[in-house]
Design a protein around this ligand. Structure first.
Ligand SMILES: Nc1ncnc2c1ncn2[C@@H]1O[C@H](COP(=O)(O)OP(=O)(O)OP(=O)(O)O)[C@@H](O)[C@H]1O
Ligand SMILES: [Mg+2]
Length: 343
C-alpha cells in the first residue's frame, strides 16, 4: 500500500506518518481477525461433520447390536426348535397310525364279543372295561387331540421359518426378493405387538421382485409396524392398513394407522437419531433414523403424511432395480444389520 501526496501540498508530518502506521496496524488486525473467524467457521464445520459421523456410528452400532441379537436369536431358535419339531411331527404321524390300529382292534374285539350271548362273562368284562376306560369318548377325542397337536407343530414350524425369513439368516446379501413375503413374515414376528392394539387390513397389490437386502427391508417394515401399533390409544383398538403398488421403476409399501398422528412441528424431527416421544425403555428414537438410512442406501426414501388425532401414513419407496451398482457395496458394508447373524 502506498500513500502519495500531491506536489503542491506540504510533505507528510511525523504525526501523519504515525497516524498512517496506526491505521496500517489496525487494518492488519482486522484482516487477521477475519482470517481467524474464517478458520473458526471451518473448524466448526469440521466438528459438526465429525459429530454427525460419530452419531451415525453410534446409531449403527446400537442398531447392529440389536439386529445381531435378533438375528442370533432367530438362528438359535431355528436351529434348536427345528430338530424337535421334526421328530414330534413324524412321531405324531406314527402315533396317528398306531391309534387307528388300536381303535380298529377294539372295534374287532367289540364285534367278536358282540356275537356272544349278553350274559357271557367275557362280553360283560369287555363292556365294563370299555366303560371304565370311556372308550366311546376316547374314540372321538383322541384323533382330535392328535390333529390339534399336528396343527400346533405346524404353527411352531411356521414361526421358525418366519424367524429365518425375517432375519435372512442364510443370506444377508443383495438379491431379488418378494417384498410381500417379507412383509408377511415380519407381520408374524410383530403379531404379538399388534394384535391387541390394532386390526390389520391388507390392501396389497402384487409386486415385482425387488433388488434389495431383504433383512434390512424387513427391518424397516418392522419399525413402521411397531410405530403404528404404538401410536394407538391405550384403550381403543385401531386399524393398520397395509398397501403396496408399483409405479414405473418404483415399488412402494405403505403402513397407515389410525393412531395419534404427528404434529406438524414434529414431523421434521422424527427421522433424527434419538428423537423419541416415548417413555424411557419403550423408545430409543432409532427406528425411523435407521429406516430412513436403509431406504436411502437402497436408493429409495420414506414419505410421511400425518394428521394429529387421526393417524399417519408412512410409505417406503424402493427402486425395483436396486441402487446404482457402486452404492450396493457401501450399503452392504455400512448399513447396520447387513450381516446380523454370524451364527
Ligand atoms: N406412526 C406414528 N404415529 C405417531 N407418531 C409416530 C409414528 N411413527 C413415529 N412417530 C413419532 O416419531 C418418533 C420417532 O420414531 P422412531 O421409530 O424413530 O423412534 P421410537 O419409536 O420412539 O423408538 P424406537 O423405534 O427406537 O423403539 C416417535 O417417538 C413418535 O413420536
Ligand atoms: Mg419406533
Amino acid at each position: 500500500m502506498s500513500l502519495n501526496r500531491g506536489a503542491d501540498r506540504p510533505p507528510f508530518t511525523r504525526e501523519d506518518v504515525e497516524h498512517g502506521g496506526a491505521m496500517v496496524h489496525l487494518m492488519a488486525l482486522v484482516i487477521e481477525n477475519a482470517r481467524l473467524q474464517e478458520e473458526q467457521a471451518r473448524r466448526i464445520r469440521e466438528l459438526t461433520a465429525l459429530n454427525r459421523r460419530l452419531e451415525e456410528a453410534q446409531v449403527q452400532l446400537m442398531q447392529s447390536e440389536k439386529m445381531a441379537a435378533i438375528g442370533q436369536l432367530a438362528a438359535g431358535v431355528a436351529h434348536e426348535i427345528n430338530n424337535p419339531v421334526g421328530y414330534i411331527r413324524s412321531n405324531l404321524g406314527a402315533l396317528g397310525e398306531y391309534l387307528q390300529a388300536l381303535l380298529g382292534l377294539a372295534g374287532r374285539a367289540e364285534e367278536a364279543l358282540g356275537a356272544l350271548p349278553p350274559e357271557h362273562p367275557a362280553r360283560r368284562a369287555w363292556a365294563e372295561a370299555c366303560a371304565a376306560a370311556d372308550l366311546d369318548f376316547l374314540r372321538e377325542d383322541a384323533p382330535q387331540l392328535l390333529a390339534q397337536c399336528g396343527e400346533g407343530v405346524e404353527r411352531v414350524g411356521r414361526i421358525v421359518r418366519d424367524l429365518k425369513e425375517f432375519s435372512h439368516v442364510d443370506e444377508a446379501q443383495w438379491q431379488e426378493a418378494d417384498l410381500l413375503q417379507g412383509l408377511a413374515s415380519t407381520l408374524n414376528i410383530v403379531h404379538n405387538e399388534l394384535k391387541y392394539r390394532a386390526e390389520v387390513v391388507r390392501e396389497l397389490q402384487p409386486l415385482p421382485p425387488v433388488r434389495c437386502i431383504p433383512s434390512q427391508v424387513n427391518q424397516v417394515l418392522m419399525n413402521l409396524l411397531v410405530n403404528a401399533a404404538q401410536a394407538m390409544e391405550e384403550d381403543r383398538r385401531g386399524t393398520i392398513t397395509l398397501r403396496s403398488g408399483s409405479e414405473g421403476p418404483w415399488v412402494w409399501l405403505e403402513v397407515e394407522d389410525t393412531g395419534c398422528g404427528i404434529p406438524r412441528e414434529r414431523l421434521g424431527r422424527i427421522f433424527d437419531p434419538f428423537f423419541t416421544t416415548k417413555p424411557v425403555g419403550k423408545g430409543t428414537g432409532l427406528g425411523l433414523a435407521l429406516s430412513a438410512r436403509i431406504a436411502q442406501r437402497h436408493g429409495g426414501r420414506i414419505e410421511v403424511e400425518s394428521t394429529p388425532g387421526r393417524g399417519s401414513r408412512f410409505r417406503l419407496w424402493l427402486p425395483r432395480e436396486g441402487p446404482p451398482p457402486e452404492a450396493e457395496g457401501e450399503a452392504e458394508a455400512a448399513a447396520p444389520g447387513a450381516r446380523p447373524v454370524e451364527a
